[in-house]
Design a protein around this ligand. Structure first.
Ligand SMILES: [Ca+2]
Length: 523
């Protein structure tokens, strides 16, 4: 033990091991009382400590429920599209209780990279996880090499919350690596349904999913995952929790519950006859122009039901007021291939494309007592922002070295000014299964520039005037194009983005044939 004694000749207190002098103890107690300034400070410190402890006693850490849809398009929910063919009353309710983002973006137009960006706060380019795991399509270019898993060195959002005492449950689709790279290795206490696959073999039991024991024959996957999530809520109602419910819905295979499919078949049959073309060309593909797919509609309704069941459970458990609920999707709606079940119109393109239809997402955040109910935010935000934002909402310290590409959206959520950010970026150096070509893109203010790697041509759009990206201004606005290209170059350099290279074996007579090299099911 060391005790302070009287000062030495330099005026600094000397430290001498041994006896604690009674005179010193008396001074230690009396000094603050005798010195008004110090007394004030001490009193303030005590008051602060007291109020902090009172505050923490009164406001326990908020619970986090993050519901991630797969392939759900921006225009697929009624909160964004009053004329949608689909029915999403529970998501509507969530929108009226929280904040709806009109310009919320996925960091990638396909799934694994966006999922990685949510859990790390980093751009896929920086992570070198730029394609859906399993993608190997080639063309004029050999696509960039990418990782087939999320590295364990990343301190994921789940790990950060777990360190802070949160129970962490993962339910649904993972697709960020298999074997040693599953959710349980990335901070989740529980993993139900998460494996290396990007889609279910069936939405009806038996699922043949190594992380999800089969239920009764015919059980529906979205319902089952919700049941499991509800059990998790029951089990962890008394401690802060992160419920990460990453539905497989509404990814292919297109399979809906029979009664719901019948409901939407009747609804589709009752739609007025349309003379407009159902599909129009988009590159080498055709893009769906309106929504009327009964099975897809059934899948959307089952997803919406899940949101309703989760939010009702939170209310029943008395947890709703202290639970933040976030809803998001990992990429745009599937509109140009693989059944093209939905339409993102007026947004151009869809899943797999760098146009708005591929990356603009349904995004809702409910934060009781903080977010103004029914508010709408039009500031561009991106999936890397969730990590710092959730840490901030939970009252936890930021980890800027980890979530270096994210911005804490707390000021926006509180109705204050937008955080300062010059631009947001995408790097997708791959051929999508949906017809998209390798490229990268930047949005700054209302402007968006897309660069295509095959021939380096760029397209420039003003999203305020031209949400549908129909009027390419690249030749009319060279100065703006130069400015946007400079931002993009800076981003590619700073993230050490891996670029595609020329394919010496490319055969233009059979581009599709050589492109079909995907080792896993399409994402
Ligand atoms: Ca997806």
């Amino acid at each position: 033990m060391c005790n302070l004694t009287n000062a030495d000749s330099t005026g600094k207190p000397r430290i001498r091991p041994g006896v604690l002098g009674p005179f010193f103890l008396l001074r230690l107690i009396l000094n603050p009382l005798l010195q008004p300034k110090l007394w004030k400070l001490t009193a303030s410190a005590c008051a602060l400590l007291l109020s902090a402890s009172t505050l923490s006693a009164k406001t326990p850490k908020p619970n986090i429920v993050f519901i991630l849809a797969d392939d759900l398009g921006y225009m697929d929910i009624a909160a964004n599209n009053a004329k949608t063919f689909y029915e999403t009353p529970n998501l509507n309710k969530l929108a009226t209780q929280g904040m709806r983002f009109t310009d919320g973006y996925a960091a990638c137009p396909v799934c694994s990279p966006t999922r990685a960006s949510i859990l790390t706060g980093k751009y896929p380019a920086r992570l070198r996880l730029t394609d859906y795991i399993g993608g190997r399509r080639t063309g004029k270019l050999l696509p960039a090499e990418y990782l087939d898993h999320l590295p364990l060195e990343e301190v994921t959002l789940a790990e950060a919350l777990k360190e802070a005492g949160y129970a962490t449950g993962f339910f649904g689709k993972w697709h960020l690596g298999a074997g040693a790279y599953l959710p349980e290795a990335q901070g989740f206490d529980v993993n139900i349904g998460g494996n290396g696959a990007g889609s279910p073999s069936s939405y009806f039991s038996p699922y043949h999913n190594p992380k999800l024991p089969d239920g009764p024959e015919g059980e529906y996957l979205a319902d089952r995952l919700t049941d499991e999530a509800l059990s998790f809520l029951d089990a962890h109602r008394k401690q802060p929790f992160l419920l990460y419910l990453a539905h497989y819905s509404v990814h292919i295979p297109l399979q809906g519950k029979k009664n719901l499919v019948a409901k939407y078949q009747a609804k589709a049959a009752a739609l007025p006859e349309s003379t407009a073309a159902k599909f129009v060309p988009e590159g080498e593909k055709q893009a769906r122009q309106f929504q009327d797919h009964p099975t897809y509609a059934a899948m959307v309704e089952s997803l919406d039901d899940s949101v309703g069941r989760i939010t009702k459970k939170l209310e029943d458990l008395g947890l709703a007021e202290n639970t933040i609920v976030i809803f998001f999707s990992d990429n745009g709606g599937l509109s140009t291939a693989e059944g093209a079940p939905t339409s993102n119109v007026p947004l151009r393109g869809g899943k797999g494309w760098l146009y708005e239809g591929g990356v603009r997402e349904p995004m809702l955040i409910k934060w009781p007592r903080v977010i103004k109910a029914g508010s709408v935010c039009s500031t561009p935000v991106i999936s890397t922002d969730f990590y710092p934002t959730i840490l901030g909402m939970a009252g936890l310290a930021q980890r800027p070295r980890q979530h270096c590409d994210g911005v804490d959206l707390a000021p926006l959520l509180k109705g204050d000014k937008a955080p300062r950010r010059k631009a947001i970026f995408w790097h997708y150096p791959h051929y999508g299964n949906q017809g998209g070509h390798p490229g990268c893109a930047v949005r700054s203010g209302d402007w968006k520039l897309i660069r295509f790697f095959e021939d380096s041509h760029c397209e420039l759009y003003n999203l305020k005037d031209d949400l549908s990206e129909k009027h390419d201004l690249i030749s009319q606005m060279p100065d703006k194009a130069k400015e946007m290209n400079a931002l993009l170059d800076q981003f590619l350099n700073e993230t050490h983005a891996v670029l595609p290279v020329l394919n010496a074996h490319y055969d233009p007579r059979a581009p599709e044939k050589q492109g079909r090299q995907s080792k896993s099911k399409p994402d």
